[in-house]
Design a protein around this ligand. Structure first.
Ligand code: GTP
Ligand code: MG
Length: 452
C-alpha cells in the first residue's frame, strides 16, 4: 500500500506539496463495533475493505452486537471466507453477543430489551472486558473506535455500549456513525424516544451522520466502508505521526464541528488500460490500471473531487458544510504505487488552477493505492471520499423529529453546538418549553459496569 498527500499552499507557505511515506507495519489500533443488523453489516463491509487494503491487521477487535441468530450465523460464515484467505486477519478478535433473548432481534422496538436488561448489560460488560484484554495483549489502547449504530431495536443498547467504551478508553477517539431511519416505525420511535436517549447517552460525542436509501442500502454501506477505510489508511499528517489517521482526522474536524460530521463519496470508473505486474509469491501476478502520459486521469480525479460537493454525493442529504473549515479528502485508486506521486502532483495543480484551495483553504487530499473488489467484473474504479464538519441545525434530522414544522420557522444557520448533549434538536420546535435533561446517574443499568 502506498500513500501520498497534497496540501494547499497557504497552510504550509510552500507550493503545493506532496509527501510520501510508508504506511506498512502499523500496530493494531482500531476497534470496530456494529450494533443491530445494519450495524453488523456495515462492520463487515468495513472489514472487507480493510482486508482489500491489506490493512486488516490494524483492527484489534470487531464486535457484531446484534442479538439475532441469523446475523450471527451470517457474519460467522462471511468472516470464515474473508479472514480464512487473508494472511493478515488472523489476529483480529471477533466478538458476538452470547446472550440472545429473542432469536430475531427486537423487532424495531427500542424498549423491548428492557425486559432482559440485566443479562444484556452483563453480556455487554463482558464484551467490553474482552476488548480491554485484547488491547492489553496488543500492547496499546485503541486509538480509534468506530461504532455503527441506528434507530431500531438495538439503538439504546448501542448508546449504552458507547458509554461503556467511553469509560473504558477515556483517551480514545470514538466515532459513532449514526444511520438515520427511513421507515415510519423507526422515525416515530426516533421522534418520541430514541433521539432524547441519545442526547444523554452520546453526550459530547462527534457523530458521523448518514441516511439510507430504502432501495439500495447495500451500496450505501459499501460507500461508507470504502470511505472510512480510505481515511484510516490515508496520511494527512505532515509530522509523520504514527497514530491512527482516522483518529487524527476526527480530532482535526471536531474543532470546527457542532457535534456532527458529514461524508460525501464519489465513485468513478477509470478509463484506463490494464497492466500486469509479476510477483514473487502467489498469486504470481497482479492487475493494475496504468496511467498514460496524458492529462486525462488527473483531470478526471479533479472533476471527481469537485463532485463530492454535489448533493447526490452526500451520505445524508441536506447537510451543509462550510468553506473555511477543515476537510479531509481521500482518493483511492488502483494505480501502480510509482504512478501515485506524479498523479497526485498533477491533480493537485489542476485543482489549484480551478481554485479549489482558494475556496477550501483547509482541505487536505490524500491519495492511496487500493484495489477494491467491485462486483464480478472487477473494473477499475477510483473512489473519492470527503469528510467534513457540520455546524448548526441538521435538516434531515428536523425532517424526522419535526415533520410538520414550517420551513420558514427554521433558523437559517445556528452557529453553536447542536450535537448530542445540547438538547437542541428535540427542543427547538417544542411549543411548550424546554425538555429538561434528565439527571439520572444512578440508573440501574450502569450498576453492572465494572472495570478492572
Ligand atoms: N444500511 C443497512 N440497512 C439495513 C440493513 N439491514 C437492515 N437494514 C435497515 O435498517 C433498519 C433497522 O433495522 P435493523 O438494523 O435490523 O435494526 P436492529 O438494531 O437490528 O434492531 P432489531 O432488528 O429491531 O433488533 C431497517 O430500516 C432495515 O431496513 C443493512 O444491511 N444495511
Ligand atoms: Mg435487526
Amino acid at each position: 500500500m502506498s500513500s501520498i498527500f497534497v496540501r494547499p499552499r497557504n497552510r504550509s507557505h510552500q507550493l503545493l506539496r506532496t509527501a510520501k511515506r510508508s504506511t506498512e507495519g502499523r500496530q493494531p489500533s482500531l476497534v470496530v463495533v456494529g450494533v443491530g443488523t445494519a450495524g453488523a453489516r456495515r462492520t463487515l463491509m468495513f472489514l472487507q475493505r480493510m482486508s482489500e487494503l491489506s490493512e486488516i491487521g490494524r483492527v484489534q477487535s470487531a464486535v457484531f452486537y446484534d442479538c439475532n441468530e441469523t446475523t450471527v450465523n451470517y457474519v460467522q460464515s462471511y468472516l470464515r471466507k474473508l479472514l480464512g484467505r487473508s494472511k493478515h486477519g488472523t489476529g483480529v478478535q471477533i466478538l458476538f453477543p452470547t446472550y440472545i433473548p429473542l432469536p430475531n432481534g427486537f423487532m424495531r422496538d427500542p424498549r423491548l430489551f428492557e425486559e432482559y436488561e440485566g443479562p444484556l448489560e452483563r453480556d455487554t460488560d463482558n464484551i467490553v472486558a474482552q476488548i480491554i484484554s485484547q488491547s492489553e495483549r496488543a500492547g496499546q489502547s485503541p486509538e480509534a473506535i468506530i461504532e455503527f449504530m441506528g434507530f431500531a431495536g438495538h439503538s439504546v443498547l448501542g448508546g449504552r455500549l458507547y458509554r461503556k467504551l467511553r469509560a473504558a478508553f477515556p483517551a480514545t477517539v470514538i466515532l459513532p456513525i449514526l444511520m438515520l431511519p427511513e421507515d415510519h416505525v423507526s422515525e416515530e420511535w426516533a421522534r418520541r424516544y430514541i433521539w432524547e436517549q441519545f442526547e444523554d447517552l452520546l453526550e459530547g460525542s462527534e457523530c458521523l451522520l448518514t441516511a439510507q436509501s430504502a432501495s439500495h442500502f447495500g451500496e450505501d454501506d459499501l460507500r461508507l466502508a470504502t470511505g472510512l477505510a480510505g481515511v484510516e489508511v490515508a496520511d494527512f499528517d505532515e509530522d509523520g505521526r504514527t497514530g491512527s489517521p482516522l483518529a487524527a482526522a476526527c480530532q482535526r474536524l471536531s474543532t470546527a464541528s457542532g457535534g456532527w460530521l458529514g461524508m460525501a463519496t464519489v465513485k468513478r470508473k477509470m478509463q484506463l488500460m490494464r497492466k500486469f505486474e509479476w510477483l514473487r509469491v502467489p498469486p504470481w501476478w497482479r492487475q493494475y490500471a496504468a496511467v498514460g502520459e496524458e492529462e486525462e486521469l488527473p483531470t478526471a480525479v479533479g472533476y471527481a473531487i469537485w463532485s463530492t460537493l454535489d448533493p447526490p454525493a452526500q451520505m445524508a442529504q441536506g447537510m451543509n458544510d462550510l468553506h473555511h473549515v477543515p476537510q479531509e479528502v481521500v482518493v483511492s485508486l488502483p494505480v501502480h504505487p510509482d504512478a501515485l506521486e506524479p498523479l497526485a502532483n498533477s491533480a493537485g495543480e489542476i485543482l489549484d488552477r480551478s481554485n479549489l484551495f482558494g475556496q477550501f483553504p483547509n482541505m487536505d487530499i490524500a491519495f492511496n493505492t487500493a484495489r477494491f473488489v467491485e462486483g464480478s467484473t472487477n473494473e477499475p474504479y477510483m473512489h473519492i471520499t470527503r469528510v467534513y464538519p457540520v455546524q448548526g441545525e441538521l435538516a434531515p434530522v428536523i425532517d424526522i423529529l419535526h415533520p410538520n414544522s414550517a420551513p420558514e420557522r427554521r433558523s437559517a444557520r445556528v452557529a453553536h453546538e447542536t450535537g448530542f448533549g445540547s438538547y437542541y434538536h428535540p427542543e427547538a420546535f417544542h411549543m411548550d418549553g424546554l425538555i429538561a435533561p434528565q439527571d439520572s446517574p444512578d440508573e440501574e443499568w450502569t450498576q453492572h459496569v465494572r472495570y478492572i
